[in-house]
Design a protein around this ligand. Structure first.
Ligand SMILES: [Zn+2]
Ligand SMILES: [Zn+2]
Length: 423
């Protein structure tokens, strides 16, 4: 038997309802914040990610799902959505349509990591990007949006961490100071951090190695290097967050190693998840669109990991509940019920119809199992009398309804069944 590829997972019925619920919830918030949906391909030229995410990162060096296609072109399954959205923004000139463009997308991302401890090669993100605004108000709004989507999903115990990464004017001095610090401690660093010291010192601060983390407690802090404009911008962001009533912590060690990331950066963590506790992460990337060959316009965005969101979400009971189970006893009854069922389904009611000609007893048992509100029973006796039986599956009480005129019957059924269960 052929099994699913390692690191790829099926989302089965029962589970899929939860995904649908969270995705719809996110869409509701994106709409409320006046975002528009964009759908981009899952496959891009490898060059796009090499240029956007950066060569000297773990993602590009060892985690991308890259392959040569039949034309020997190097392609990559997207490891994140930002680069593809920036490409689309440039390719279609979307930036010319409005001063500020707000986009979101929801879908699968891919990383070719060793599949371990629930780390999947296909994982899913809710992604938001805003282009064209330098304002601190946009930073605060994007942070709030990520927070509100998560809390609307019932996520408990979340922590918001924010920081500012400075800008091309002030960050290089921090980078130099950090590099010097790393050089001095070189012998004690892990292999990865030794490598990062030269290529990408900021990435070292992300190291999961405990020894490294202990050392970095004494590392220089970016806040001591901010220029006055960056300091002012960050204070303004915080001022708005307070006005939105959002509780946050400043984490001075929250950094990103990529050059185009500037100023505000944030992560939403759920400490109960342990080592992999980041549920959402985002930040400002003012240099990225230009680096990809577009105009010099700023951007900021975030991604929520849906798998982790599901781990902390508290969802209502999403078991689908059938409105009506139609039970025809015999071919004549079956033919009579077909248009009735069709009409009720068009009205949005969830209706199941038996095609197998099973016995009344078996079908009532099935209706119970599916938690049907009611069963519609039609046999030869009822047909001869011109009626149909509507059985309340909770009380077992039955009502006789006239079969004709059909318009009247449909009206009665809708009254009896009320609004669709899943409306
Ligand atoms: Zn600065
Ligand atoms: Zn390290």
């Amino acid at each position: 038997m052929v099994k699913a590829v390692r690191g790829f997972k099926d989302i089965l019925p029962g589970e899929a309802e939860k995904w649908c619920y969270l995705e719809r919830l996110a869409c509701k918030y994106f709409r409320a914040y006046s975002f528009q949906e964009i759908r981009i391909p899952i496959l891009e030229k490898t060059e796009l990610f090499a240029r956007s995410i950066g060569q000297a990162t773990d993602i590009v060096e060892k985690e991308m799902y890259t392959f040569l296609d039949r034309n020997k072109e190097s392609l990559t399954l997207r490891p994140e959505a930002t680069a593809g959205i920036c490409r689309a923004l440039i390719e279609h000139g979307l930036y010319a349509k409005a001063k500020v463009i707000k986009l979101y997308t929801i879908g699968p991302m891919f990383r070719h990591e060793r599949p371990q401890k629930g780390r999947l090669r296909q994982f899913h993100q809710i992604d938001a990007e805003v282009f064209g605004s330098h304002s601190a108000g946009t930073d605060a709004e994007i942070i709030l949006l990520a927070w509100e989507i998560l809390t609307a999903g019932g996520a408990k115990g979340l922590r918001m961490e924010i920081n500012s990464l400075g800008c091309p004017q002030c960050r290089p001095r921090f980078r130099d100071a950090l590099q010097e610090f790393l050089e001095q401690s070189k012998a004690k660093l892990c292999e990865d951090c030794q490598r990062r010291t030269q290529k990408n010192p900021l990435r070292a601060l992300d190291c999961k190695n405990e020894n490294c983390q202990k050392l970095y407690e004494k590392a220089p802090l970016i806040e001591d290097f901010w220029c006055s404009a960056c300091r002012e911008h960050f204070l303004e962001v915080q001022q708005y967050l307070k006005q939105w009533n959002l509780v946050y912590e400043i984490n001075p060690r929250l950094v990103r190693g990529l050059d185009y990331y500037v100023r505000t950066t944030f992560e939403i963590k759920a400490p109960q998840l342990g080592a992999q506790d980041t549920v959402a992460a985002g930040g400002r990337y003012d240099g990225l669109v230009k680096a990809l060959g577009g105009p010099d316009i700023p951007g900021i965005g975030f991604a929520i990991g849906i798998e982790r969101f599901l781990l902390v979400a508290q969802l209502p009971d999403l078991t689908p509940r059938l409105d009506l189970y139609a039970i025809p006893l015999g071919k004549r009854a079956y033919m009579t019920l077909l248009p009735v069922v069709q009409n009720l389904r068009q009205e949005g009611l969830m209706v199941e119809l038996d095609h197998e000609g099973r016995s009344l007893k078996a079908l009532l048992k099935q209706a119970n199992k599916l938690k049907a509100k009611a069963a519609l029973i039609l046999g030869d006796n009822e047909l001869d009398q011109g009626i149909v039986l509507l059985r309340n599956m909770e009380t077992g009480r039955q009502k006789e309804l006239p079969l004709e005129p059909q318009k009247e019957l449909l009206k009665r059924l809708q009254q009896e069944l009320g609004a669709p269960c899943d409306s």
